[in-house]
Design a protein around this ligand. Structure first.
Ligand SMILES: Cc1cc2nc3c(=O)[nH]c(=O)nc-3n(C[C@H](O)[C@H](O)[C@H](O)COP(=O)(O)OP(=O)(O)OC[C@H]3O[C@@H](n4cnc5c(N)ncnc54)[C@H](O)[C@@H]3O)c2cc1C
Length: 345
């Protein structure tokens, strides 16, 4: 039987394992940390379980197929009302687009996706080696060698779904140089809990986006407790995000300074009275790839260099993303070519 290693148990690696398992491959998933989900995470805040990373999914037939396949299709939740706003240069909120079914959530939060996938995969017999940092992935003589904890495990093929930086270290060679060109922006997420009675602005939508070119730090503010049914209640929950090029500067400031900067911007827009009664900051250094020409050429050059190792596939948000749905659409192709390439083993 074809035996395939999946390196990385983020949503992409888990989706790869799901496709491999369905195609009949014996599959083992590795992750350096001892939990699944990667950049998808959750934490308790203001008495509710919030997503600390992604909180919505974009439309794509590949995500529909996956949700259907693992029995989560009935959990799809569309914000009501789906209206988003844009902050004008004059500081007014004006309706923009209509999220009408474009982005959607899951009734249990996006963190329920990796949790549910892990359970389905374990039930289907997929092996998990969590807490095992892979050191290298190399192809030779029609096998792929995966080095973990100083010893070698041999597979027919491997899907590397770790993110570009880690993938460069694992596979080395000419592809690594190309992968190193992929740049990410840093994101700092600030959750704020505010008694409803101290928010003057009606939260009649999903939140607002702001243009950093207008000198704003907060590029988006989700009205999380209005956006998602499971998060409704008092105090209200707001989620502000700050995006910065490269490593960023705000991301390294102490929590109180970040909260003060966010409050300076949110106070007039949301008509906030007083200070938040709870705050939580989550930092993601260089975690969101910038999809530009440089990205496109780096990804195709890295994949072209890897053509000499057809049993190793690159998958994940840093290559096909940046969002989850596009990453999951991309992993399908990677798995199909691996299955095709190992057909005669
Ligand atoms: C703040 C923020 C908000 C976002 N919001 C959204 C959103 O609303 N909607 C959306 O669709 N997307 C969103 N994204 C993007 C989304 O997070 C990614 O598309 C997705 O989570 C990436 O999944 P992945 O599996 O490709 O990578 P990851 O989640 O990064 O998984 C990679 C895994 O590889 C493991 N790993 C790394 N090195 C090794 C090694 N040597 N050995 C073993 N394991 C290793 C890591 O531990 C990790 O678990 C957001 C991202 C950020 C940062």
């Amino acid at each position: 039987m074809t035996r395939v290693a999946v390196v990385g148990a983020g949503v992409t690696g888990l989706a790869a394992a799901w496709h491999l398992n369905r195609a009949g491959a014996e599959t083992v998933v590795f992750d350096s940390v001892d939990w699944v989900g990667g950049r998808v995470g959750s934490a308790e805040f203001a008495g509710r379980q919030v997503d600390t990373g992604p909180d919505a999914l974009g439309p794509d037939p590949a995500i529909d197929e996956l949700l259907d396949g693992i029995g989560l299709a009935g959990q799809v939740e569309i914000p009501d009302p789906p209206q988003a706003f844009r902050l004008t240069a004059a500081g007014e909120l004006e309706p923009f687009g209509v999220g009408g079914g474009a982005m959607f959530g899951l009734a249990g939060g996006i963190f329920s996706l990796p949790a549910h996938l892990e359970r389905s995969l374990r039930d289907a017999g997929v092996g998990f080696r969590l807490g095992s940092a892979v050191e290298s992935v190399t192809e030779r003589d029609d096998v792929v060698s995966v080095r973990v904890d100083g010893s070698e495990d041999v597979f027919s093929a491997a899907v590397v779904a770790t993110g570009a930086g880690a993938a460069a270290k694992l596979i080395g060679g000419a592809s690594a140089e190309q992968l190193a060109r992929i740049k990410g922006i840093s994101v700092t997420l600030v959750h704020l809990a505010f008694p409803e009675g101290r928010i003057g602005r009606e939260m009649n939508g999903t939140g607002y986006l702001a243009d950093p070119a207008e000198g704003r730090l907060v590029t988006g503010c989700s009205w999380s407790s209005a956006k998602w049914r499971r998060l409704s209640g008092d105090p209200a929950i707001l989620r502000a995000s700050i995006r910065e090029d490269g490593r960023g500067e705000v991301i390294d400031l102490p929590d109180e300074e970040i909260v003060a900067k966010v409050m300076d911007e949110l106070r007039p827009v949301m008509e906030l009275e007083g200070e938040p009664i709870g705050t939580m900051i989550t930092r993601y250094p260089e975690a969101l790839v910038v999809r530009d020409e440089n990205h496109e050429s780096a990804v195709s050059a890295a994949r072209a260099s890897l053509a000499a190792s057809p049993r190793i596939g690159l998958a994940g948000a840093d290559f096909d993303g940046p969002g989850i749905s596009r990453s999951i659409a991309g992993v399908r192709k990677t798995v199909d070519s691996i299955i095709e390439g190992t057909r005669n083993d």
